[in-house]
Ligand binder design. Structure first.
Ligand code: F0G
Length: 358
C-alpha cells in the first residue's frame, strides 16, 4: 500500500512552515516533535466545577517535554549557520532535548545543570545522547550566566530560550491548541520557570488571531512555585527552592515576555505552593490517568486555586499545558505513591491482598 499522508506528522518545522522563519530543507533536524494530544479532563469536577478543562500533554514529545518544539528549530538553524556544537544551561529538560537533537544533527552538545537539582530521567537522557554534562555546584541562574558568556566568546551556539528560534518553535503548541478546539480557549494555564514558554504561547495565539484563523485570544495564566516566584514578587530570588526542580529559577531570562503576555491578555502570574503542586500531580495521575512531572502540575494547581477564588466560570474553556512526562522524575513518583506489597509466589497471599482471602 501507499503511505497514508494524513497519518504522517513531519515535525513542527515542516507542518508550520508558513508561520516560521525560513529554513532550507536540508538543514531541518527533526524527531517529528509536536502533534501532542489535547486530553479532556473528566474526573475533577469536585475540584474545578463545570469548566471545560483540557490538558495539552507535552510529555508526549520525543524527549518527553515541550522543549523539543524549540530545539528542532534552534538546532536546525545552528546547522544552517555551520555550527558544530551547542550549549545550554538547564534544569534538565532543555539539556535532554539539546542532547538528542545535537545527536541527530551530528553535533556536540555541552550542558550545564545545577548539581543535585536535576531529575534522574533528564540526567540519564543527556548522558545517553552523549552530551558533555557539567554538574555545576550552583543554581540554574549561575549556569545560564556562564553559558551566555561562553557562547559570546567561543564557537558554540547557545540553545537556551534566549536563542530566538527556540521561542519561534515553541509557539506552535498554541497553533495546535487552536486547531484542536476550532477556537482559542478562554484561559491558558502553564507553569513558569525561565518564562520562555508563556512568551511563546502568547506569540502563537496572537499570530493566529492576526491572520484571522481564530477570533479571540486566551487570558494567559502563569504559575510559579512559591519558593521560586521572582515575577510574582517583582524581584530576583537569590536562592530559589521548590520540589518542582524544572522551574527552580530565580531570575527568568524571558521575564519581560511573561509580563507582556500577562498584561496584554488580561491574565495573571501567580504562585502555588509545593503542597498544591504535589496535590495536583497526584490528582492527575490517580484520577485522570495522566502522568506528568511535578512542575507541569503547577498549571493544574493554578486552575484549582483560581476556581477556589471564584475566578473561573462554568462553561469557560481552560487549557493547561502539562510540560513534561512524569517518567522524567521517577524518584518523586515513588516517594509520593503508596508502598508496594511484598508477597511470596503463593496464591493465598495474592488473594489475601486482593481481599478475596477466606
Ligand atoms: N515545565 C517543565 C517541565 C520545564 O522543564 C520547564 C523549564 C518549565 C515548565 C518552565 O518553562 O522555562 O519556559 O518558563 N525548563 C527549563 C529547562 C528551564 O532547563 O529544562 P519556561
Amino acid at each position: 500500500m501507499e503511505p497514508n499522508k494524513k497519518a504522517i506528522w513531519n515535525g513542527i518545522i515542516r507542518e508550520y512552515r508558513d508561520y516560521l522563519p525560513e529554513i532550507s530543507n536540508g538543514n531541518i533536524v527533526t524527531l517529528n516533535e509536536g502533534n501532542t494530544p489535547l486530553i479532556e479532563s473528566t474526573n475533577l469536577v469536585d475540584k474545578v466545577g463545570n469548566i471545560r478543562l483540557l490538558f495539552k500533554f507535552e510529555g508526549l514529545n520525543p524527549t518527553g517535554s515541550f522543549k523539543d518544539r524549540g530545539m528542532t528549530f534552534a538546532v536546525s538553524k545552528a546547522k544552517e549557520d555551520g555550527s558544530t556544537a551547542v550549549i545550554c544551561a538547564s534544569t534538565g529538560n532543555t539539556s535532554a532535548a539539546a542532547a538528542a537533537y545535537a545527536a541527530k544533527a551530528g553535533m556536540k552538545a555541552y550542558v550545564l545543570v545545577p548539581a543535585g537539582n536535576i531529575a534522574l530521567g533528564k540526567l540519564s537522557q543527556a548522558m545517553i545522547h552523549n552530551a558533555i554534562v557539567m554538574e555545576v555546584a550552583g543554581s540554574f541562574d549561575d549556569a545560564l550566566d556562564l553559558v551566555k558568556e561562553v557562547s559570546k566568546n567561543y564557537p558554540v551556539t547557545m540553545v537556551n530560550s534566549l536563542n530566538p528560534f527556540r521561542i519561534e518553535g515553541q509557539k506552535t503548541a498554541a497553533f495546535e491548541v487552536c486547531e484542536a478546539l476550532g477556537f482559542a480557549p478562554t484561559y491558558h494555564f502553564l507553569p513558569v520557570g525561565n518564562a520562555g514558554n508563556i512568551t511563546a504561547y502568547w506569540r502563537g495565539y496572537k499570530e493566529f488571531k492576526e491572520k484571522g484563523i481564530v477570533a479571540g485570544l486566551p487570558k494567559m495564566m502563569g504559575f510559579q512555585a512559591e519558593g521560586a516566584a521572582p515575577i510574582v514578587r517583582g524581584e530576583v530570588v537569590e536562592h530559589p527552592d521548590t520540589i518542582a526542580t524544572a522551574i527552580r529559577i530565580g531570575n527568568p531570562a524571558s521575564w519581560d515576555g511573561a509580563i507582556e503576555a500577562r498584561d496584554e491578555s488580561g491574565g495573571v502570574i501567580d504562585l502555588v505552593s509545593d503542597a498544591d503542586i504535589l496535590a495536583a500531580y497526584n490528582l492527575l495521575a490517580s484520577r485522570e490517568g495522566v502522568f506528568c512531572e511535578p512542575a507541569s502540575a503547577a498549571s493544574v494547581a493554578g486552575v484549582i486555586k483560581m476556581v477556589e477564588r471564584g475566578e473561573l466560570e462554568d462553561g469557560d474553556t481552560v487549557v493547561c499545558t502539562l510540560t513534561g512526562h512524569g517518567l522524567k522524575d521517577p524518584d518523586r513518583a515513588i516517594s509520593e505513591a503508596s508502598e508496594t506489597i511484598k508477597v511470596r509466589p503463593v496464591m493465598d497471599e495474592i488473594l489475601a491482598v486482593m481481599g478475596f482471602g477466606s
